[in-house]
Structures are given as C-alpha cells and as structure tokens.
Ligand binder design. Sequence first.
Ligand code: THU
Length: 132
Amino acid sequence: MAASDALVDAARAARAHARASYSTFRVGAALQCADGAIVTGCNIENATYGLTMCAERVALFKALSDGHDRFVRIVVVADTAAPTPPCGPCRQLLWEYCGDIEVVMANLERETARHQLAELLPMPFDRRLLKG
Ligand code: THU
C-alpha cells in the first residue's frame, strides 16, 4: 500500500506545530499504525539544544503511549528539496518498536524519497543480540 495523501498531509500539518526557534528547521512526521490510525509529531527544541526531540520520536512515543504497537510506515516532511531522512537515534528507536517499516520522505510539494528502514539502518544492534 502506498503512502496515502492523507498520511503526507498529516505530516505536513504536524510540521506547522514545530517548536524550532533555534534551528528554524521545522519537521513533521506521521506514523501509520497497522489498524489505520495516524499519529503525528513535530520537532520540539529547547534552550539547552541537547534536549531537542525529533518529529519522528515524538510521533513514535505518542503512538506507543496511546497503545499502538504495530506500524506500517512513517512519513517525514521538511521544507527541503533533498530528502530529510531520520537521524541515527530515530532510526534505532523506529527499528526497536516498528521493525522494518517504510520510511517516506516528502517536502511541501512532493515525495522526495522512499526506503525500507532496514536499508537506512543496516546491521542494527537490537534485542536479538542480547539473547546470548
Ligand atoms: N529533525 C527532526 O525532527 N527530524 C529529522 O529527521 C531531522 C532533524 C529536527 C531536530 C532539530 O529540531 C532540527 O530538525 C534540526 O536538526
């Protein structure tokens, strides 16, 4: 199933809520749950800088907190011509809780890239390695 216009629109709408006064780089994300629900997030920055939370993790944590536990894809939207991919920590957390979902990148006009998360996080460290 392709990323629907509704999912991309939801990520664009979430981006409008970004708290990005330090970087001015506004990001929106929309996570599609297996039951069809859409959970959104935006990046939230802070004067310490280091406490910044990415849009993807905001969406993921909202979804997990609401009881969703199976996911299909995530859309990431930024106002960039080139794709804006999830950062390393977001890839790790998405892998942990979502598995090999589709990661769709888009800007305000069009889709810019589409990858499976396994392509973006090859050779992951995960719970399989902890079961000696
Ligand atoms: N950011 C995201 O929210 N998601 C990404 O995929 C890339 C980066 C945010 C973090 C920070 O608020 C700003 O973009 C600049 O790095």
